[in-house]
Design a protein around this ligand. Structure first.
Ligand code: PLP
Length: 486
């Protein structure tokens, strides 16, 4: 007999955890958050020698984790770009954790990985027949995979297999072109790929934080004259700071004119294609050689899910194949009805940087199944309307000003004091922000718009409604008045 047999009390545990989560969601918000000193000691304990058993774990989760987690489930949360998982996702994720702990083998989870990628492409305006996808842990790795494919492709055009022979064999340096508003994970990807952060050419932006296409053209031309390989041009479909969308078609055409791979970072904004009012801004997606989107941002998937789509999946295999592994050798036979180990199903392990990986598609499948394409469109539309509403409120208020108008669901604004210096204005915004998050339930984030500090709510939380937006504007104005003695 085993001394510690596996526990299998799923029904009771899931129903109790569900009840605790429901209680957290309906809990009146706005209470001050308990300080770490009140809950930290209960969790920061030594590893027990004798395990306490699953029921004790459940008690700890209910007593100490759920009440002391992020406020992301509260309607006043608008910080960062995320939305807490919903119950449909929870059920699917729990099922996958137990009966689909890997995305491989010809199981329902391997199929749902593929189905969900096709659905995701469809809601994001990518042609599921032409763009094949793979999940990874989020936008960081999704960008790395896309740019790794771009690097492989760029040097293959010049007769070099960098996956096999390394950058030392490349002969010529390469460059990646992206706007100065591009997420810093593009720089990190360049570092990891051996190109170096300095290989990323930061192209300036216009007054709406969109890439300056003329400046891009100049830089591409100058680099070509210097014998630099144009590896990829990156366009933003929704920047992290303001939600700006670069002129996608113009950038894609220029990239291809210069023989560069065209990548679209839509980690945040590609889902906005579901709102038909956004589609003209996303015109040109058909030119993309790769694109990414993070279901854990606007689609309520649990954090840890990004997707890379590429036009030619064979390039992923050439860039990322893990090489034959002895312990996987016997399971390569294609099979049709097979849930054991005779077929791996789709070989995602050869298309990215992970072998073992959860069946992330299950959560995406659950979200999209629960919402449908119309539900996704409604979410995006309503979140964008909230951002537009906040902009209106700020314009109408005598002491609020908008620093960046919303394109997607971000509005950058601040309390305005005429004739203050930029540094005094920033200091006041910072003081307002600190008082806001300490003394009210509102949790936006901050960012800089053309150098100026702004309060930056990002509306991707389906629990947020107009009264919370109005409450945020009022709270910022009130705290600004208090701090300036008005
Ligand atoms: C546009 C964009 N790209 C990439 C990333 C990185 O994504 P992740 O945090 O999922 O790794 C983010 C994150 O906010 C983002 O907004």
């Amino acid at each position: 007999m085993r001394s510690h047999p596996a526990s299998a009390d799923y029904a009771r545990h899931l129903s109790l955890i569900g009840a605790a989560l429901d209680a957290r969601i309906t809990h009146p918000t706005g209470d001050p958050l308990p300080r770490r000193s009140t809950w930290g000691p209960a969790l920061d304990v030594a590893l027990p020698r004798r395990g306490l058993g699953p029921d004790a774990v459940l008690d700890e989760v209910v007593a100490h984790l759920i009440p002391n987690g992020m406020r992301a489930v509260d309607p006043e949360w608008s910080g960062w770009i995320l939305s807490a998982a919903e119950s449909s996702v929870l059920a699917a994720t729990a099922a996958a954790a137990v009966t689909g702990p890997q995305r491989y083998l010809l199981t329902a989870y391997n199929l749902v990985e593929d189905v969900s990628l096709r659905w995701l492409a469809q809601v994001c305006g990518l042609d599921p027949e032409r763009m094949k996808g793979i999940y990874s842990s989020g936008g960081s790795v999704a960008n790395l995979v896309a740019l790794g494919a771009a690097r492989q492709w760029a040097y293959e055009q010049r007769g070099v297999d960098v996956a096999a022979d390394g950058m030392a064999a490349a002969g010529r340096p390469g460059a990646i072109y992206a706007s100065s508003e591009t997420h810093h994970t593009v720089l990190r990807a360049a570092a990891v790929l051996g190109l170096g952060r300095s290989a990323v050419r930061e192209i300036p932006v216009d007054h709406r934080q969109r890439m300056d296409v003329a400046a891009l053209a100049e830089r591409l031309t100058a680099d070509r004259a210097a014998d630099v390989v144009p590896i990829a041009v990156v366009a933003n479909a929704g920047t992290t700071n303001t939600g700006a969308i670069d002129p996608i078609r113009a950038i894609g055409e220029l990239a291809h004119e210069h023989g560069a791979w065209f990548h679209v970072d839509g980690a945040y904004g590609l889902v906005a294609w579901a709102d038909e009012r956004v589609r003209p801004l996303l015109d040109g997606l058909d030119l993309a050689d790769s694109a990414i989107v993070d279901p854990h941002k606007w689609l309520s998937a649990p954090t840890g899910i990004g997707a890379t789509f590429v036009r030619d999946p064979t390039i992923l295999e050439r860039a990322f194949t893990q090489e034959p592994a002895a312990y996987l050798a016997a399971i390569d036979a294609p099979a049709d009805v097979q849930v054991s180990v005779e077929s791996m199903g789709i070989h995602y392990g050869d298309m990215g940087v992970e072998l073992s990986a959860p069946a992330r598609g299950t959560a995406v499948w659950a979200t999209l199944l629960a919402l449908g394409s119309e539900g996704v469109a409604a979410r995006v539309r309503e979140d964008r309307d909230l951002a537009a509403y906040l902009s209106r409120l700020a314009h109408e208020h005598p002491r609020l000003e908008v620093l960046a108008e919303p394109t997607l669901s971000i509005t950058c604004f601040r309390y305005a004091v005429p004739a203050t210096s930029p540094s005094d204005a920033d200091a006041l915004t910072e003081a307002i922000y600190h008082r806001l998050v300490r003394t009210t339930p509102y949790v936006p984030s901050t960012t800089r718009v053309a150098g100026a500090l702004a309060i930056r709510p990002c509306f991707t939380n389906p629990r947020t409604d107009v009264e919370h937006v109005a409450g945020l504007a009022d709270a910022v104005a009130r705290i600004g008045d208090e701090l300036t003695g008005r």
